[in-house]
Write a protein that binds this ligand. Structure first.
Ligand SMILES: [Zn+2]
Length: 141
């Protein structure tokens, strides 16, 4: 189920519907099929202030956002996904890929959050591990 809020273009809305369907058809991922049928996906032009704060970066441009619950929208036991047209179009242009592909990648990324994948935690762990590592060159014989 995809619902438009905050005025995405009709073209983008239709791309998001296609992308959600295709994301659910990835043969080797039953979890994505399940998510595509059960998690509400909302399409917006851009993330608002509250969404950016919830995502942890008030000044960033967002492509998507997963939240376990959100005031004013229907959520599922797996939360809710928002797709942001402005960020997705900007990223698609930067990478030179079709907007449709970037929508699908974004939805799959957000499904990952619903499945408890957390790239923010992963990045923090990697940073911490790097800080604790001793470069080989500085080791004494
Ligand atoms: Zn993410």
């Amino acid at each position: 189920m995809v619902e438009p809020i905050q005025q995405p273009t009709p073209e983008f809305f239709s791309l998001a519907c296609d992308a959600l369907r295709k994301a659910g058809q990835l043969a080797d991922h039953d979890a994505y099929d399940y998510m595509s049928r059960h998690i509400p996906v909302y399409v917006q032009w851009d993330a608002d202030t509250a969404q950016k704060r919830a995502g942890g970066c008030p000044d960033c441009m967002y492509l998507g956002l997963w939240a376990d619950k959100w005031d004013g929208v229907e959520v599922s036991t797996h939360g809710v996904i928002f797709c942001f047209e402005q960020g997705i179009r900007t990223e698609a242009e930067r990478k030179g890929v079709p907007v449709e592909q970037q929508v699908k990648e974004t939805i799959l990324h957000e499904f990952g959050h619903a499945l408890q994948f957390d790239h923010v935690l992963d990045a923090m762990e990697a940073e911490k591990a790097a800080a604790m590592a001793i470069p080989l060159a500085s080791r004494r014989p």
